[in-house]
Ligand binder design. Structure first.
Ligand code: 1GP
Length: 261
């Protein structure tokens, strides 16, 4: 279990050893503490590398605290906040994705919420993982909430240009968000971003099948995030195990394709 301050190191090491990894997202507006603990326990057993906690709508700090504490009781893997607003930060988490929605049309979601949240993050001593967040395709609730016009799937070069800008601006990670519950980001978009950047690429939104996870990793994703799938199945362990296996196969295929020496 990485100590606070070591979560980035842990993530990079996991990516180095496994090729690519999975993270499980829990939305406190959709799961209570008891269910969150159950899902986290099963997901960890199935090989997920971290638990992310957050959502776009209806999440308070108290709700986040409850879910974080419940999850921390059942697993040693890191708990990383994925806040939809500066009022959804928990002092009990290990780290926070410090998100800037790069293609939002409202500066509040690019630097405003970050300005409001930064002193809270510091007060709570949370490890910061800076994240350039790019919304593509359908976009879902997060695109509406953050005043973002998602980038069309048919324009991968724009996603790649945003991702490169994120790297140049110093973001440690870049996230391609297709929108929760929507259609997954097409592999060709991930591929274009992979060619453009060296920072780790996180991809999420609409991933439900192992074959989708595999294709995303083969295209260059380092981290695949799933959320909704655990709300839809009764056997969380098998569902996550399948996705983790897809990621492993994708990483293997990518390695075999990479030029040797
Ligand atoms: C988090 O949007 C993802 O970025 C989660 O998407 O709920 O569709 O897995 P799903």
């Amino acid at each position: 279990m990485p100590r606070r301050g070591r979560v980035k190191e842990y993530i990079l090491e996991e990516i180095r050893t496994k090729g690519a990894i999975h993270m499980t997202l829990l939305d406190p507006d959709r799961v209570d503490a008891e269910r969150a603990a159950e899902v986290a326990r099963e997901a960890a057993r199935a090989g997920t590398s971290a638990i992310m906690i957050g959502g776009s709508i209806g999440v308070s700090e108290g709700m986040t605290d409850e879910v974080v504490l419940a999850v921390k009781k059942v697993t040693e893997i890191p708990v990383i906040l994925f806040p939809g607003s500066p009022t959804a930060l928990s002092r009990y988490a290990d780290a926070v994705w410090f998100i800037s929605v790069l293609n939002s049309q409202n500066p509040y979601f690019i630097t405003g919420a970050q300005m409001q949240g930064a002193p809270i993050v510091k007060r709570y001593g949370l490890e910061v993982l800076s994240l350039g967040y790019i919304i593509v395709g359908w976009g879902g609730a997060v695109s509406i909430v953050s005043y973002t016009r998602p980038l069309p799937f048919a324009k991968p070069e724009i996603a790649a240009a945003y991702a490169l800008a994120a790297e140049y601006m110093g973001f440690e990670f870049v996230y391609l968000e297709g929108g929760s519950g929507g259609k997954p980001v097409p592999p060709r978009v991930v591929q274009a971003v992979r060619r453009a950047v060296t920072i780790p690429i996180v991809v999420g939104g609409g991933v439900r099948k192992p074959s989708t996870a595999k294709a995303l990793v083969e295209a260059g994703a380092d981290i695949v995030v799933t959320g909704t799938i655990t709300e839809e199945v009764s056997d969380v362990y098998s569902a996550i195990k399948g996705i983790v296996e897809g990621i492993r196969e994708g990483a293997q295929a990518r390695k075999e394709r990479a030029p040797q020496g």
